[in-house]
Each structure stands twice: as C-alpha cells, then as structure tokens.
Design a protein around this ligand. Structure first.
Ligand code: ZN
Length: 343
C-alpha cells in the first residue's frame, strides 16, 4: 500500500527532478513502425510518434552519447552523470529506413546489434515465426518439436496468447538445433504461401541487407554483434554452437563493415546466458558486451554483462517509467551477473 502510493507519486513527478538519481544508462529497443498492422505480432516495435515523444522527454534531462563515450565515463567512475546510450537489437529493416534518420535528426548516436545469418539470408527471426503462428494459424491441434504436448489453437484471444507464450518458451529453452526444427515445422504447418503473405504484411520484422548495414556504419552507426542465428546462448546450448554463434557474427561484421567492437546477448537475461557464452564473448576480443539485466552502468561489475534498460511501449501512458528502473533494479545487478558465472 505504502509502496504503491510512493510509486504513484513518483510517476507524476517530472523526470528532470530525478536527474541526479539516474546515472549512466544504456537503453535498448528493436525498431520503429509508422503504424502497427497488428501489435500482437509487432510487439517489439515502437511507433515513430512514441519514439519521438520519449526521446524528446529524455533529452530534457540526459545527454545521449556513443557506447564508446559511455564506457569511457564508466571506466573513469563518472557514472553519476545523466547520460544515456541508445541501442537497437536484431537488425530490422526499419532500423535503416526509420530509426537511423529519426535518431540523427534528434541528435542521438545509435548502435545496432545485428544477427548475421538473418542479415545474410533475409530469414525471419524465430520469435517472429512463433508470434505469426500463434495469432494467424488456423484453429486446431498441432504436434510440434520442442513442445511438451500438442499445441491447441482456438479462435479466442486467451488461447492465442497462451499459444504465443508456449511457443516463445520453447524457443527460449531449446538448443539451436531444436529451434531450427521448430521454425521449419511452424512454416510447414502454416503453409509456405500463407507465411509469405504474412511476411509481406509484416515488413517491420524483415531483416536489413548487408548493403543497409554498411550504409548505417558509413553514416556513423556503431554495428555490433547479436549472435549469428539470434541463438539464445543459455546453458543448454552445446559449446561448439556457442563458439560458432559468437565468432561467426563477429567475423562476418568485421568482413562486411570493417569493425565489430561490441556484443549484445540475444534475449540476454540471467536464464539466457551460460558461463561458456560469457567466456566465448570475453575471449573473442570484443571491447564490451551487453545483457538485458535491468539497471544502470553504475551497478555493473562486469564489462561483458553490462545492464541495459528496455525502451518499451507503455500501456499505462507512463512513457517515463524506464528511467526509474535504475533505482529499482541496480541493487540486483551484481548478483545477477554473478549468477551467470556460476558453473
Ligand atoms: Zn534480439
């Protein structure tokens, strides 16, 4: 009761009053749409209007800098400054078409972490395929690899949301061979033609091409690695797969754009990073790596597991709640980083 009262008061206070409580924060997002075709499938994307409003508000109290500058400040212990970094994960085509020009217009440096197999082939991401299937497959009972039982899809929102969660969970816990098999099965069950129609509808989830990635790099966007197949580098992933995912993504980006200094772990919370993934990234020669553990850089005790804060859509019309994440979560950052290293 007291806590919720305190929170409701906090949220009404303009964020600039919290300038000194914020500190160095790395934000992450995925992409922009002008308008959603279907928010359930395109849930990772913000609208351009939401993004502009959020960044304008943030610019009232933080300076946006590059990753390089933020890491320099971190190294010097200057983590109390109201400074933020904008990063975007996966490498969707709208990062080139919308995010880059809008960020540039707003004077915000940008870093994009791309999954190289998807850039190379144009293949859609596994979690996009699961969302398409959950919300667009015909009602029925489906036997799919990696699921404990048959997946029942009925024509109501609750059943489709449950199917989306079950498929998402299967992607998160399977090894990469399992994810590949599940994706192939989803496309087959959906029908190749139907999937192609959905892909045409959801352009937001199309990966960039190498030409677009290179154009972003040439325009000053930092291009980092996000594994080769967007593989989730959890403890159940074979070591050879982990090494392949980390090294291939770094090498391909170096070959195509010239440099690759940073890595972001796909999905990237405690359950999605194993100790051998951390070791693979550390020894691959990256300058730093980023997780999705929530918090500010001030709380970070590991240069290869830096926390980030998601720039997410807010159903509460409370677009400012993310700056407070540091306050609420910083205390847990070091323990979460330590948990990843437990053998
Ligand atoms: Zn990702």
């Amino acid at each position: 009761m007291l806590l919720s009262l305190a929170k409701s008061v906090l949220y009404r206070i303009p964020p600039r009053n919290f300038r000194t409580l914020a500190g160095l924060t790395v934000l992450y997002m995925h992409g922009l749409v002008r308008k959603h075709e279907d928010e359930r499938v395109q849930r990772l994307h913000l609208t351009v209007d939401e993004f502009r409003a959020t960044i304008s508000a943030l610019k009232g109290w933080v300076n946006f800098v590059s990753i390089e500058e933020a890491l320099r400040l971190h190294q010097m212990g200057e983590t109390h400054k109201p400074v933020a970094v904008l990063t975007s994960d996966d490498g969707y085509v709208d990062n080139h078409d919308l995010l880059m020009p809008v960020a540039r217009e707003m004077g915000v440096p940008l870093a994009v972490f791309v999954s190289t197999h998807h850039i190379d082939t144009g293949a859609r991401f596994p979690t996009y395929l699961t969302r398409c299937f959950a919300y667009y497959a015909r009602a029925g009972s489906y036997t799919l690899p990696g699921l404990d039982g048959p997946l029942v899809i009925a024509d109501d929102d609750a059943a489709r949301n449950a199917a989306s969660s079950a498929l998402g969970a299967a992607v998160y816990r399977s090894d990469q061979t399992g994810v590949r098999n599940l994706c192939a099965a989803l496309i087959e069950a959906m029908g190749v033609d139907r999937q192609a129609e959905l892909d045409a509808k959801f352009q937001s989830d199309r990966p960039m091409t190498w030409a677009q990635v290179k154009a972003m790099h040439d325009a000053g966007v930092e291009i980092g690695a996000h594994a080769h197949d967007h593989a989730i580098l959890h403890r159940g992933q074979p070591k050879a797969e982990v090494d392949h995912q980390v090294l291939t993504s770094k090498t391909m980006i170096e070959d195509r754009v010239g440099r690759c200094r940073y890595f972001a772990f796909p999905v990237g919370n405690v359950a999605h990073i194993g100790p051998q993934a951390l070791e693979a990234v550390r020894s691959a020669g990256f300058d730093a790596a980023f997780s999705t553990i929530s918090g500010t850089l001030r709380a970070s005790r590991d240069d290869y597991l830096h926390p980030r804060v998601m720039l997410h859509r807010s159903s509460r019309a409370d677009a400012f709640n993310f700056p407070f994440v540091g306050l609420r979560h910083d205390r847990a950052v070091a323990a979460k980083q330590a948990a990843i290293k437990q053998p």
